[in-house]
Design a protein around this ligand. Structure first.
Ligand code: SF4
Ligand code: FE
Length: 486
């Protein structure tokens, strides 16, 4: 699809989206939602451009057709690297979360996992999923890959919860399909998606088998209700004459609480149904891919933030100060370290039994663990360089006011020759990424998106091979453990 076709295709959906307690008639043109839609639209726009063709498109292993890379099943380490490069590019172009990666990461995790379920259980999930992927690729769809359940009491398993709906579950099995109930929280891009692709959120035991479910359904399926997530400073988008105040008026991201009120799913869209022993594999693989993703998207937004900080220094007249130069070096060092991790886990990618490529899990988890820290430090340095005015500055309305605008113009001037409005715009962009609407994607999502820090530490512990490392040390130190007292 072209960008325009994508936008038109969303108009045809009959979504139930609530925002500020109201059902939104037209999400596509809603001022709070539209910037996030524009970010997804960029994934279509860039794919049409000759200069980005290699990075933004790929050849489908299923149909041999040229497809958008966001719908691709990775066929080599090179594909994995191009994925990260594509995400960095999109982060640079939007300065926000462009949402389409969750679907891509779900495609690749479900493709390989269904193959292995069928191998063990004699089911036919993989072929069903292949048919689904052809549908997605041929129609160039945006798909919300949905994993995170609300989880209720974190000390209790899905089946132990007081309210059995705290994890999404199968409530009825019919001849023609299943009926599901529950919710998925913080669903990135849900309102801008044609389809939802659901996965379980944790490894499960037999008593949780009704919760071991993966399926796809249209985003406007009967019984789905979406409640749009609030973001810091979001109501500025509803104000007239607040273009400067928005910092980035064109682009954004969004999350939604997606509720499944007894949604029917036909068998051809069910990809896991009660084979609880495979829930963990699906979760681990999806999380691995999404932890790789952050080595691309967060780096691209980081590039914008570093650029904005350098501009703020120029406009403040402070660019020559050695500590400013050093802070920009530090920000670059941190940002490129994240990128290095994203590239490294891609280079070390391995072929799965199904034939698509999986990133190196240890390196992807190290990537994400760094993402839980470095963007915070980059944001801290950006605020340091920008100065306090980035959060105390008067509004655009005051700046444009006939009576007092000249005061703002005069007293917010920075370096000689720099236009006051330009300075305000750059400072607001820094505010947007570090504290405003885009901070959801750049800050808190860096902490909790693709799994909170402890989830990566568990994986690092599992993959770190401490036993093997002990053997290395024993050999060099000439340790003879038979001499140890038992
Ligand atoms: Fe893509 Fe990053 Fe947004 Fe996740 S947070 S959907 S990886 S842009
Ligand atoms: Fe995310």
């Amino acid at each position: 699809m072209t960008k325009e076709q994508y936008i038109e295709s969303l108009r045809k959906l009959n979504l139930k989206v609530y925002l500020f307690g109201e059902l939104i008639e037209n999400p596509v043109d809603h001022p709070v939602i539209r910037p996030s839609l524009n970010s997804v639209a960029m994934t279509y726009e860039l794919a049409e451009m000759e200069e980005y063709k290699d990075i933004m498109t790929a050849t489908s292993n299923l149909t041999g057709k040229r497809i958008n890379r966001f719908c691709h099943l990775h066929q080599s380490p090179e594909d994995l690297i191009k994925k990260v490069k594509m995400q960095r590019l999109l982060g640079q172009k939007t300065g926000a979360c462009f949402q389409r990666c969750v679907g891509m990461d779900a495609f690749n995790a479900i493709y390989s996992t269904t193959f292995e379920i069928d191998e063990k259980c004699g089911t036919n999930y993989h072929q069903r999923f292949v048919e689904y992927m052809k549908f997605v690729q041929d129609n160039d769809l945006t798909v919300d890959g949905a994993m995170t359940d609300p989880k209720g009491d974190r000390g209790l398993s899905p089946s132990q919860q007081e309210d059995p709906d705290m994890y999404l579950r199968i409530v009825e099995e019919r001849k023609d399909g299943i009926v599901v109930r529950g919710a998925k929280a913080h669903q990135t891009g849900a309102v801008n998606s044609h389809e939802h692709l659901i996965m379980p959120t944790i490894a499960m035991k037999e008593e949780d088998k009704n919760y071991a479910v993966a399926f796809a359904c249209p985003s406007d399926a009967e019984g789905i209700v979406m409640i749009y997530g609030r973001q810091s400073c979001d109501s500025r988008k509803l104000e007239a004459g607040a273009d400067i105040d928005l910092g980035n008026s064109q682009f954004g991201g969004h999350e939604a609480l997606v509720i499944f009120n007894d949604v029917f799913v036909p068998w051809e869209r069910v990809f896991l149904c009660k084979e609880y022993e495979f829930a963990g594999m699906m979760v681990e693989r999806f999380a691995g891919y999404h932890r790789q993703s952050y080595g691309g998207c967060k780096v691209g937004v980081g590039d914008v933030l570093i650029g904005a900080s350098a501009l703020a220094a120029d406009y403040n007249g402070a660019a020559k100060a050695s500590h400013i130069k050093d802070k920009l070096i530090e920000m670059t060092h941190l940002n490129e370290t994240l990128y290095s991790c994203g590239i490294a886990c891609s280079c070390e990618g391995k072929k799965t039994k199904a034939g698509n490529y999986q990133i190196d899990l240890l390196l992807a988890n190290v990537c994400k663990q760094n993402v839980t820290r470095f963007p915070y430090e980059i944001a801290r340095l950006a605020e340091d360089i920008a100065g306090g005015i980035m959060v105390t500055m008067p509004s655009e309305q005051d700046f444009r006011d006939k009576k007092i605008g000249h005061y703002v113009e005069k007293y917010l001037k920075g370096a000689v020759g720099v236009d006051t409005e330009n300075r305000m715009r750059v400072l607001r962009l820094i505010e947007n990424i570090t504290l405003g609407t885009a901070a959801v994607g750049y800050r808190t999502e860096s902490m909790h998106g693709a799994g909170s820090p402890q989830a990566q530490r568990i994986m690092i512990a599992r993959q770190g091979n401490i036993t093997g490392k002990k053997e290395l040390a024993k050999k060099l130190a000439k340790v003879d453990e038979t001499k140890n007292r038992k």
